[in-house]
Design a binder for this molecule. Sequence first.
Ligand code: IPM
Length: 360
Amino acid sequence: MKLNIGVLPGDGIGPEVTAQAVKVLKAIAMEFNHVFTFEKALVGGVAIEKTGTALPDETVEICKRADAVLFGAIGNTKYDEDPDAEVRPEQGLLGLRKALGLHTNIRPVIAYEDLLNKSSLKVKAIKDTNLVIYRELTGGIYFGKRHLSDDGNTASDVCEYQRFEIERIAHAAFKAAQSRKRKLTLVDKANVLESSRLWRRVVKDIAKQYSDVKIEYTYIDNAAMDLIINPKQFDVILTENMFGDILSEEASVIVGSIGLLASASIGDEHVMFEPIHGAYTKAANKGIANPIASILSAAMLLDHFGLDEEANRVREGVDKSLKLHITTPDLNNKYDHISTTKVGDFIEDFIHNPDETNLN
Ligand code: IPM
């Protein structure tokens, strides 16, 4: 298969972890006779420094002509500390999601047997967790009208949803549930928010077409608690943009490190794959960033194109690295010298020699 992949490393640890994912994809191409080409582009803080904008037009063009985009991370504390900054790295990511129409964000959360004791939660509560969050990505409060009064004392952000925006992700989430444990939980705040009541109405309607899927409705505050007390009760979680952002970050506590969670952002014409973690600027260039989330995002890219054997090879490499404790310091007390690049090298070697790869 020929794939042209847009690569947007971004800020902080983004370039280091993305380099490992690209390395893994190159190994897959070589081993399985595919032709993957990579086209790099600027986004986020680095783009602001070089071009004055977080999302240069050229980047959007590269992404639009690519078959898929691999995204690193964006953000810089310099902007976080300045509420008056007019250009911000995050505009790059949000602008890209909108420009590419990436409405459905898929975030799997799987507790690895070998990492159960890395979580601060009880092993018996998290063991066998296997859920996926379907987060709506191009609507809601992230993209609603913003306002700041002239005197600077009043501000608002509107959370707006239209029926079609809910319908398209709901169908995707129900279909996912059908191929999993046949359970879907809609997370909202329908006891307070009108937009949540629309979600509930629309999802109730759509549920009639998926009678084999058990549906539950829960409020975000309750879901936030249930997710760490008893994550096994969930299969597919369907939710709006901001609730999905918060819940998926919370879910990283279950797996032991946010450096493990990957995601796919799917639109009608474009697709993008990215770790859910941010730029983690203070860890940049130290070789300590965990590349697994980025590598697993590359596996989701392979899944998307039906390259199942290839995606499985990547996941087996990740499993083996975790089993052998070939992991970065966020997960490893024993061999804390194992760098970002070494983890990538190990998985690359595994792809070429799945039966022989060991720590050397
Ligand atoms: C994520 C991130 C982004 C979001 C930020 C960087 C804008 O937290 O992908 O989850 O809030 O969507």
